[in-house]
Design a protein around this ligand. Structure first.
Ligand code: PMP
Length: 424
C-alpha cells in the first residue's frame, strides 16, 4: 500500500494549500461503511461530521443502484428517461405543491448559483441578503455572498455593495435581541432586492436553529422588497432535522426557491433547485443545460437515497436518536461549565464551549482539544462557528444508540481530564 508520507509529498506538490487537511492531522482513510470510516492501519472511526454520506458511507442499496445504472446508461437530460422524471416527481411530492419544477445539477455551489440567477431574472433586481457567518459555495459570486468567507481567514471584508448582511439570530450569544427587527432594518435599507439566501438552521455560523418565526419575517420583508426567499437546505435537508423532510418546514413557511445538495447523492456529486413554474420560466428563451446534472446514474442514486430514507425510517431515527443525543449532552453540560450551550434539531447538533457562562468568552482551544482527543479515541468531530468554539455533530443518519453512548462516555472522559468539572 502507498505510504502516508508519499501521499503527503504528492499532495504538497500537486494540491493547493487552500485545501487543508481535516481533523488536525492527516487521516489515511481507505474505506467507509455506514457510520464508520477505516484508516489504512485498520483504525475504525465513528464519523460524526459527515452529513454528505447521509444514509451511511457506501450504503449497499445506493452503491448497487449506481453500479447497475452506470453499466446500463449514463447520458444527459436532453433525452427522456424514467429515472429523471421519477426522481423530480418524488422530490416535488415532498415539497409544498407550488415548488414543482426541479433543476438537477452537480454541487451545492452550482445550485445556489442557479437559485440566485433565477431570483435575479425573476425580480429584475440584483442585490442579495444573507446571514452573517453563512457559507453558500465556492464560486466567485457565492464567496462574495458568504460572510464565512469574506469575513473569515483570508477574506477582505464585505466588498460588494449588492450584498446585505443580517446579524446572526443567535439566541445564546445575543439573547433577547429583536431578530425580526434586525431583518426588517437590513432589508428596508437594502432597497429593492433579488432575494434572501438563508439556511433553515445555520451551519457554518455555529449550528444554530433559527428562532421561531424568523423565516416568516424574512419571507414577508423579502417579498415587500420585491425579492424571493431562497432556502439553502444543503446541510440539513432530507430528514436530518427529524420532524420534517426539510428544515424550512419547522418554521411553517413556503420558500420561493429551495436548494438541495450534499446528502442528496450520499456522496455522489448531485444537487437540485426546486421552485415554482413561474420563477422557473423567468430564464425566458435562454437555454439551461448541465452536461452531467441529473444524468441517469445520479437519478438512480438519488432515487435509492430516497428509498433508504423511507424504508429505514431514517427521519424517525434522526428524531429519536437526535433527542437522545441532545439529552445526553445536556446532562454533560450540567457537569462541565465549559459547555455553555447544547442545541440542535434531530441529528444536527452544536455544543458551544465558553470559559465563562456570564461573559460567554469563547473556549476555542478547549473545543479543539476535545475534538483532537475524541479523534484519537476513534470519534470524528470538528469545530465551527465564527469563534471556532462550537463542536458540530451531523453524522450519517444510521448511527446507533451505542455509538452515541460511546461518544458521551468519551466526551465525559475528555472533559474530566481537562479538570473542567465543576462542583455540582
Ligand atoms: N450551501 C451550504 C449551506 C453548504 O454548507 C455548502 C458546502 N459546505 C454549500 C452550499 C456548497 O456545496 P458544495 O460544496 O457541494 O458546492
Amino acid at each position: 500500500m502507498v505510504k502516508l508520507t508519499e501521499l503527503l509529498d504528492a499532495r504538497n506538490q500537486h494540491i493547493s494549500k487552500a485545501l487543508s487537511i481535516g481533523h488536525g492531522k492527516p487521516l489515511h482513510i481507505v474505506r467507509g461503511e455506514m457510520q464508520y470510516l477505516y484508516a489504512a492501519d485498520g483504525t475504525q472511526y465513528l464519523d460524526l461530521v459527515n452529513n454528505v454520506c447521509h444514509v451511511g458511507h457506501c450504503h449497499p442499496k445506493v452503491v448497487d443502484a449506481g453500479q447497475k445504472q452506470m453499466s446500463k446508461l449514463s447520458t444527459n437530460t436532453r433525452y427522456v428517461f424514467n429515472g429523471l422524471t421519477e426522481y423530480v416527481s418524488r422530490i416535488s411530492a415532498t415539497l409544498p405543491d407550488e415548488l414543482c419544477v426541479g433543476f438537477l445539477l452537480n454541487s451545492g455551489s452550482e445550485a445556489n448559483e442557479l437559485a440566485v440567477r433565477l431570483a435575479r431574472a425573476h425580480t429584475g433586481a440584483h442585490d442579495m441578503v444573507v446571514i452573517d457567518g453563512g457559507y453558500h459555495g465556492n464560486t466567485s459570486m457565492l464567496v462574495q455572498l458568504s460572510p464565512y468567507k469574506f469575513m473569515g481567514p483570508g477574506g477582505k471584508g464585505k466588498a460588494e455593495p449588492w450584498v446585505h448582511v443580517v446579524p446572526v439570530p443567535d439566541t445564546f450569544r445575543r439573547n433577547g435581541v429583536d431578530y425580526d427587527g434586525e431583518v426588517r432594518k437590513v432589508i428596508e435599507n437594502a432597497g429593492k432586492i433579488a432575494g434572501f439566501l438563508v439556511e433553515p438552521l445555520l451551519s457554518c455560523a455555529g449550528q444554530i436553529p433559527l428562532p421561531e418565526g424568523f423565516l416568516s419575517t424574512a419571507r414577508e420583508c423579502t417579498h415587500r422588497a420585491g425579492g424571493l426567499l431562497i432556502v439553502d437546505e444543503v446541510q440539513v435537508g432530507f430528514g436530518r432535522v427529524g420532524t420534517h423532510m426539510w428544515g424550512f418546514e419547522d418554521q411553517g413557511v413556503t420558500p420561493d426557491i429551495v436548494v438541495l445538495g450534499k446528502s442528496i447523492g450520499n456522496g455522489h456529486p448531485m444537487s437540485a433547485v426546486f421552485t415554482t413554474k413561474e420563477i422557473a420560466s423567468s430564464l425566458g428563451d435562454m437555454e439551461w443545460f448541465s452536461s452531467t446534472g441529473g444524468n441517469p446514474v445520479s437519478c438512480a442514486i438519488g432515487n435509492a437515497v430516497l428509498d433508504v430514507i423511507e424504508e429505514d425510517n431514517l427521519m424517525r431515527r434522526a428524531s429519536e436518536l437526535g433527542g437522545y443525543f441532545i439529552q445526553g449532552l445536556k446532562e454533560i453540560q450540567k457537569k462541565y461549565p465549559i459547555i455553555g450551550d447544547v442545541r440542535g434539531r434531530g441529528l444536527f447538533i452544536g455544543i458551544e464551549f465558553v470559559h465563562d457562562r456570564n461573559t460567554l468568552e469563547p473556549a476555542a482551544d478547549e473545543a479543539s482539544r476535545v475534538v483532537r482527543e475524541m479523534r484519537d479515541s476513534g470519534v470524528l468531530l470538528s469545530t465551527d462557528g465564527p469563534l471556532h468554539n462550537v463542536i458540530k455533530i451531523k453524522p450519517p443518519m444510521v448511527l446507533t444508540k451505542e455509538d452515541i453512548d460511546m461518544t458521551l462516555r468519551l466526551l465525559n472522559e475528555s472533559l474530566d481530564r481537562a479538570g473542567s468539572v465543576s462542583a455540582e
